[in-house]
Design a protein around this ligand. Structure first.
Ligand SMILES: Nc1nc2c(ncn2[C@@H]2O[C@H](COP(=O)(O)OP(=O)(O)OP(=O)(O)O)[C@@H](O)[C@H]2O)c(=O)[nH]1
Ligand SMILES: [Mg+2]
Length: 314
């Protein structure tokens, strides 16, 4: 285990992939191993990378954006290593994920960038069941963890729970922002990225449209800090440096935010297994659970399994 972590910290992609697989594993035997890995990683790693979430409607240009954003960040931050987690939709028919983002994002042999696809597990919310746990791992191996989520409905809210900073990609004149306003999603991101700004007049009109929507929201609720707006074009290779500078300056959640994020994902998992009934039972244990996230997770799953099922954890 120590050797595996050491190699992963040195950037060995095979070791990193192996570690990720443990945190994605559904085998009960791997749970205890993850607790031990978690503790060893805390000892060995000095990194605490930022988690940046990117969401937006299907086809908005998220994967293309990630490719250019990562290239720009690697130049701006020569000391940084970057991991990308792309969550692809699972097919409701086959249960398999197409993992199509592999075709748009390609870091080749770049030593400083790592790419991982994840299926969204048919889980509501556009991220996988273990995406948070995988991000917790990766942030100790990389300076930045960039997560592309499946952009459908509520996923924008889930990605904001997962990430320290959330970006929302909008394509010009898609009308997406009207839908987003209705569902409250416009209030979530710290920055908007208008993609495909190849045609200047279209890009300019889209910018005005977005600005007026945000002004409208400000008038209704002046508490919200106006988000930043970026315009990018992969065809013109423009706008990525400014966006990279914004991402590079992003701040991690404070420790209270960290705890509430961990609790959110613990509760989500418990709800998945045991529904609202499980959540009520969890309330008694959550306060008492201590230690790292993985340790608390294992303890809680075991306790609830004993209480609710009278046998081993699901
Ligand atoms: N003209 C133009 N086309 C772009 C730009 N960025 C992306 N595209 C095109 O838009 C299409 C979708 O791009 P993706 O990057 O796959 O979009 P996505 O949001 O990741 O898509 P999903 O992951 O399927 O939701 C592709 O055909 C891209 O070539 C851009 O800046 N300008
Ligand atoms: Mg994509």
């Amino acid at each position: 285990m120590v050797e595996l972590i050491k190699k992963a910290l040195q950037g060995d992609k095979f070791s990193i992939a192996k570690l990720v697989s443990y945190f994605e594993s559904t085998k009960i035997a791997d749970r205890q191993f993850c607790v031990e890995l978690d503790a060893k990683l805390d000892e060995a790693s000095v990194r605490a990378g930022i988690i940046v979430g990117l969401t937006g409607a299907p086809g908005a240009g998220k994967s293309t954006l990630i490719q250019h954003l990562v290239d720009a960040l690697l130049l701006q931050k020569p000391e940084w290593n970057i991991a990308v987690v792309a969550v692809d939709p699972s097919s409701p028919v086959s249960g398999g994920a197409l993992l199509g983002d592999r075709t748009r994002v390609n870091f080749g042999e770049n030593e400083r960038a790592y790419f991982r696809s994840q299926a969204s597990d048919l889980d509501l919310g556009g991220i996988g069941r273990n995406t948070f746990r995988v991000c917790r791992l990766l942030r100790r191996l990389f300076d930045l963890v960039l997560v592309e989520s499946v952009g459908v409905g509520q996923s924008e809210i889930e990605i904001a729970r997962l990430a320290d900073v959330t970006l929302l990609a909008l394509q010009p004149f898609s009308g997406d922002h009207i839908q987003f306003m209705k569902s409250g999603i416009m209030e979530i991101p710290q920055a908007f990225v208008i993609t495909k700004c190849d045609a200047e007049d279209l890009a300019q009109k889209s910018l005005y449209q977005l600005q007026s929507s945000l002004d409208f929201m400000q008038r209704i609720d002046a508490k919200t800090k106006p988000p930043a707006i970026f315009q990018t074009s992969s065809v013109r290779q423009s706008g990525f440096d400014a966006l990279a500078a914004f991402v590079a300056a992003a701040k991690r959640l404070d420790s209270a935010g960290e705890v509430s994020r961990e609790d959110y994902f613990l509760k989500k998992e418990i709800r998945h297994y045991y529904g609202e009934f499980g959540l009520r039972a969890l309330a008694t244990y959550l306060q008492a659970a201590s230690g790292s996230f993985e340790k608390r997770r294992l303890d809680l799953l075991e306790k609830l399994a004993q209480k609710l099922e009278g046998h081993a954890a699901p």
